[in-house]
Design a protein around this ligand. Structure first.
Ligand SMILES: *Cc1c(COP(=O)(O)O)cnc(C)c1O
Length: 382
């Protein structure tokens, strides 16, 4: 696989070698169950406590506000489902989610709707951003929870989280923010952001898959999602995944320490890639330009079917996606692009390049040249 070019970092990132080294002992000699009342178990619990302290400090939270989960999807499900049900006990059965949320949030909202909650799917503008005045109008005295992501995984567009948090607070509504795509590209401070809940996923910042975080601000009531054990302060049962949690903390720590340098590098890659495509006609960039993380580039190649493009790029050795990994196996146009006002036809001509810290300039040049070649070939073959 060594000369393949990987441009799908929004789907997942490779595990960092330093992180792997820190995880390895917890698969072998330090295999204990963190809840066992003996020395082997205590060693595992010490590692978990330390990971929790690390993540809490980096997020400007308290250790008892950090809950480890099996990933971003579980954290998103939990925040929305557990948050909504706790709010219902206060007589609030309306929730607001943006139309461009990850399926982990949208599918949970649909499930809540079937259970009798009322759900507002907040539209976005053509640039892919939530409009604050529409959010304000959508809030009623029945609204218990707002879920809006920090950065969209398909377009890279940044949402106005601080402003949303202010509105939510003023109106006494809980605010859950899916921070999964934002975490790799900036330090997240839960106090500065003003969020009540925040989700992270380890494999989006060069950590292991199957591990995530839900931050729940102290005092916020959320129902547990997984029952059957007293782990995670009784809210999330299941034997603690020690190696993954150790890896998550190590990966997040390394990410925060190196994020500004890698952002700069990634921004240069993005710029170089676009510059190399500048003589190709019929290229449109999706999403607001000013408020976008540098690692994600969503473009439309007019007249080129995205599935054909992705397939041909794959054959040529470049991995990228037509949209989010969870949806790209289907031929359905992206719900994010449709929410931004694209037609089905337009959305089916859009692809997502997502760059990472290990990409080289040489790879970007090669990927751009292959893109031009394949776009041109597919257009001619029509
Ligand atoms: C990847 C992703 C998730 C899901 O996280 P997993 O750990 O893969 O379950 C949720 N939200 C966003 C925005 C994502 O990009």
């Amino acid at each position: 696989m060594s000369n393949r070019i990987y441009l799908d970092h929004a789907a997942t990132t490779p595990l960092d070698e330093n992180v792997l080294q820190k995880m390895l002992p917890y698969f072998t000699e330090l295999f204990g169950n963190a809840d066992s009342p003996h020395a082997v178990g205590r060693k595992a619990m010490i590692a978990i406590d330390s990971a929790r302290d690390t993540v809490a400090a980096l997020l400007n939270a308290k250790p008892n506000e950090i809950y480890f989960t099996s990933g971003g999807t579980e954290a998103d499900n939990w925040a929305l489902y557990g948050g909504a049900h706790a709010q219902k006990e206060q007589g609030k059965d309306h929730i607001i989610v943006s139309a461009i949320e990850h399926h982990a949030v949208l599918a949970t909202a649909e499930k809540l709707e079937k259970e009798g909650f009322s759900v507002t799917y907040l539209p976005v503008n053509a640039g892919g951003r939530v409009e604050l005045n529409l959010l304000k109008e959508a809030i009623t005295d029945k609204t218990g929870l707002i879920a809006i992501m920090a950065v969209n995984n398909e377009t890279g567009v940044i949402q106005p989280v601080v402003e949303i948090a202010k509105i939510a607070k003023e109106r006494g509504v809980l605010f859950f923010c899916d921070g999964v795509q934002a975490a790799p590209y900036g330090k997240m401070d839960v106090k500065a952001l003003g969020v009540d809940m925040l989700s992270l996923s380890s494999h989006k910042f060069y950590g292991p898959k199957g591990c995530g975080v839900l931050y729940i601000r102290g005092g916020v009531k959320v129902k547990g999602l997984i029952v059957g054990g007293e782990q995670e302060r009784g809210l999330r049962g299941g034997t603690t995944n020690v190696p993954a949690i150790v890896g998550l903390a190590a990966a997040y720590e390394q990410n925060v320490a190196t994020v500004s340098a890698s952002n700069e590098k990634i921004a240069r890659m993005n710029e170089l890639f676009l510059q190399k495509l500048s003589d190709l006609e019929g290229v449109e960039i999706n999403g607001e330009q000013e408020e976008r993380i540098p690692s994600v580039l969503n473009v439309r190649f007019c007249g080129v079917n995205n599935a054909d493009f992705v397939y041909n790029m794959d054959l040529a050795g470049v991995s990228l996606a037509a949209g989010s990994a969870c949806a790209s196996a289907s031929i359905k146009p992206s719900h994010v692009l449709l929410a931004m006002g694209k037609t089905d036809e337009e959305a089916k001509e859009c692809v997502r390049f997502s760059f990472g810290k290990n990409n080289t300039e040489e790879e970007i040049r090669r990927a751009a040249a292959l893109t031009k070649e394949i776009v041109t070939r597919l257009r001619q073959s029509k």
